[in-house]
Design a protein around this ligand. Structure first.
Ligand code: COA
Length: 323
């Protein structure tokens, strides 16, 4: 009997500190009106010094395990997507493993920028299907506030900090309509690496690294690539727009999100939006949005949910999941 990855639980974590557009406009030459009109963002959460990617990822993972009715003993793999790891090594995933008290299996970090969670979900699904793991925590955790260039108003107003996690459980399935990940598709185009990147890293001399972006180019590619990804996911499963109950998109910009919702012919109330309150939390944005809509009861068991994201690399992808 084939094995499928069931999304058994979700969780999120956001730092306490909320920073409004007005507060930002006291130190950056910007305005609430400009940010809201161009991006839909009203506020973001910024991490305190102790709120690292491992700290926030651990908190989100605990909630996801509790939501699944699982414990640390059920976890045999942790895949953590981040561009802002606590250390070059050990992997942030292993800091989370230790904090949770998981004593078996394996873990690693994955770098695919804002598409990191979709990439991690895809790898986890493959490992579950081929029997390498049976209980996988997939986490996106980011502290972009530490890599923003506060002199660049075109980027520093767009991002926030946070973490989201899901717990995947291996299940034997015979009915194609039962719960689980139906498909994932991931893509990359390294030749577009210079339109969104961090200009440094621990491996580079005297370069702590700040985020750099050509916003217009990213916008243009996002609309095209994500539309392709949506069609690819539906075609691979023999489904149409009408079959999708929810779109949980990467939360970078409400204009991109609305364009995707229209493409799927989904009414706005079927598109989960958190960008207004979280801003862009990169790899954390999709699992945070999913956790919010699960927790408040909007997304229910049996619903067909389309996840999609695009990020620096360029990287992009989709996942189609029956909750
Ligand atoms: N506040 C006020 N004005 C700002 C500003 C800010 N925070 N940031 C830029 N501006 C100004 C620019 O200086 C420019 O002024 P000028 O015309 O006098 O030169 C003007 O606004 C337009 O700038 P531009 O960069 O062309 O704006 P835009 O309409 O492309 O919007 C983004 C900028 C970033 C909102 C938009 O390009 C975008 O959303 N891109 C995609 C970003 C994204 O999704 N990234 C993450 C992917 S994972």
């Amino acid at each position: 009997m084939p094995i499928r990855s069931v999304l058994a639980g979700c969780g999120g974590y956001l730092p306490d500190r909320i920073v409004s557009n007005d507060e930002l406009s006291r130190t950056v030459e910007t305005s609430d009106a400009w940010i809201q009109e161009r991006t839909g963002i009203r506020q973001r959460h910024f991490a305190a010094p102790h709120e690292t990617s491992a700290f926030m990822g651990t908190a989100a993972a605990r909630t996801a395990l509790a939501d699944a009715g699982a414990t640390a003993a059920d976890v045999d793999a942790i895949i953590l997507a981040t561009s802002t790891p606590d250390q070059a090594f050990p992997a942030t995933a292993l800091r989370v493993q230790a904090a949770l008290g998981v004593t078996r299996g394996f873990g690693f970090d994955l770098s695919a920028a804002c598409a990191g969670f979709i990439y991690a979900l895809s790898i986890a699904d493959g490992m579950i299907r081929n029997g390498q793991a049976t209980g996988v925590l997939v986490i996106g955790s980011e502290v972009y506030s530490r890599i923003l260039n506060w002199k660049d108003r075109g980027t520093c107003v767009l991002f926030g900090d946070g973490a989201g996690a899901v717990f995947l459980r291996a299940a034997k399935v015979s009915d194609p309509d039962t719960r689980g990940i139906l498909s994932t598709h991931i893509h990359a185009q390294g030749t577009l690496g210079d339109i969104l990147y961090v200009d440094g890293a621990v491996g580079q001399p005297d370069k702590p690294g700040h985020l750099v972006m050509n916003g217009r180019e990213v916008f243009r590619h996002a609309v095209t690539r994500l539309a392709e990804a949506v069609e690819e996911a539906l075609a691979a499963n023999g489904l149409t727009h009408a079959d999708v109950d929810w779109l949980v998109p990467h939360q970078a910009n409400s204009r991109i999100i609305n364009a995707m919702g229209k493409k799927l012919h989904l009414p706005p109330e079927r598109v989960v939006i958190t960008v207004d309150r979280h801003a862009n939390t990169s790899a954390a944005s999709v699992p945070l949005a999913l956790a919010e809509a699960r927790t408040d009861g909007r997304i229910r068991n049996g619903d067909l949910v389309l996840l999609e994201a695009l990020g620096g690399g360029l990287t992009w992808g989709s996942a189609l999941v029956r909750l």
